[in-house]
Design a protein around this ligand. Sequence first.
Ligand code: TEU
Ligand code: CA
Length: 535
Amino acid sequence: DTRHDWWRGATIYQIYPRSFMDANQDGIGDLAGITEKLEHVASLGVDAIWLSPFFTSPMDDFGYDVADYRDVDPMFGSLDDFRALVDRAHSLGLRVIIDQVLSHSSDRHAWFRESRQDRTNPKADWYVWADPQPDGTPPNNWMAAFSGRAWTFDARRRQYYLHNFLPSQPDLNFHHPDVQQAQLDNLGFWLELGVDGFRFDVVNYYFHDRDLTDNPPMPRERIQPGNPQSYQFQRHNIEQPENLAYLERIRALLDEYPGSTTVGEIAGNDPLPTMAAYTQGEKRLHMAYTFDLLDSTGDARELHGVLARFAELGDDTWPCWALSNHDVVRSATSWGEERALLALTVLCSLRGSLCLYQGEELGLPEAELAYKDLQDPFGINLWPEVKGRDGCRTPMVWDDGANGGFCPEDIAPWLPVDERHRPLAVGRQDPAPESPLNRVRQLLQLRADSDTLRQGDQQLIPPEALPEDVFGVIRTHGERRLLCLAHLGRGGAAGIALDGLLPDTAGWQPRDLPGMASPDLAGTRLSLRPGQVTW
Ligand code: TEU
Ligand code: CA
């Protein structure tokens, strides 16, 4: 596939390097391990991989704190290992998208070490420094995502520096032209090395309000207990208008590498509307990614609500939807274990590109971890109010050995393998034709083979036109039309009159969907059972 817009409607498989495969047997996944297992990824029929960060890092936020943007952390291997990975991926027909965490660096990055020396060094303004208030308190009320204030006092400069995440993740000052250029140069380094695109971490966090205006408080009913950033609207610490022009500079660089792509993670209180500004007009990002479906539990009204708000943004907005990633509870748990395939079938029905997270193809539920096993600072800081992110980061399971084949049995992996995961290992599911893994392969193949699903327009069926708990969309591509209906309830069967939804449905036949019983169809009257999807 040599089309430059291969990414439209593509399926992207997210790999969390620390937890995919440990080749050098130290209990932590690595690049050589990923290369070894790429054949499994290719067997799913996906278009690309997205690698979470593997760059030099003290790993305070497991790589989302970068100390050198142009090198591989020794824990994960070397640049040569990365080149080998890219070559292997390309030879298997997989494109390679890498994570870029431009908004903040590690406090151990050379830039920050220099910046914090004094107020006059050449990098003095590369980060966001501000004087204390007269009483010594932080410059304003901004909160950090993983607990406490977004400001930490530095004794040497006698100033505070901004961090939207951990204190060891200082926020770069994108108002400084040299910072903008330095990060563009870092992107160029990886494009020259042959990557096919970038996933931009918190792409709406690059700029802050230079007046440091206080954020307004959140109404009580919208506060999520324990989640510090939910106590206020993130209005001035992120999401500034200057970002649009910067994204245009990024796009101009990417356009020099035909076929490359970008997907931006948009976080914050209300990320949906930003998707439009960032993707419309083919001049900024290619795809926008939010938490809206990641936070869903598979309720028909909730799903319709998100997609209806998205539809208001206009057809020119290109989403990348996901139900699972390294930050949220796995979809097999948030939707319910018996509904893992249902969740993916609904996902595959949607207009947009898709991300699948490692282990989602196996139906892995969220791992249960004891407090003593926790590694994620977010989970540790806010325990027990917040569940943390370790439960979705436990090792991938390749066989049913004690450590799931991720690392040898006589060493301890960095997070324990959940007992319930081992029977779901790749090696167990691969030979069984009706296993969840093989169902997912068939499902992704149906999606890959259908221009209607990958590229078609999407019309949401209003809930009023459907029985309660049924979610529906109509996809249209040229003369072709595909109706997708999903019963997301847990009660009884639902009857649907197809001719009430579309004028000419006489003679329509449901497609056989992997792992789904064919629904009863009498004339144009369809009956769906809970958990059933039909196309
Ligand atoms: O996540 C951004 C983000 O919104 C999360 O911090 C989210 O609020 C949190 O995970 C609670 O669900 C990105 C990365 O995906 C995440 O892993 C990083 O920790 C974070 O940015 C900082 O780089
Ligand atoms: Ca290793």
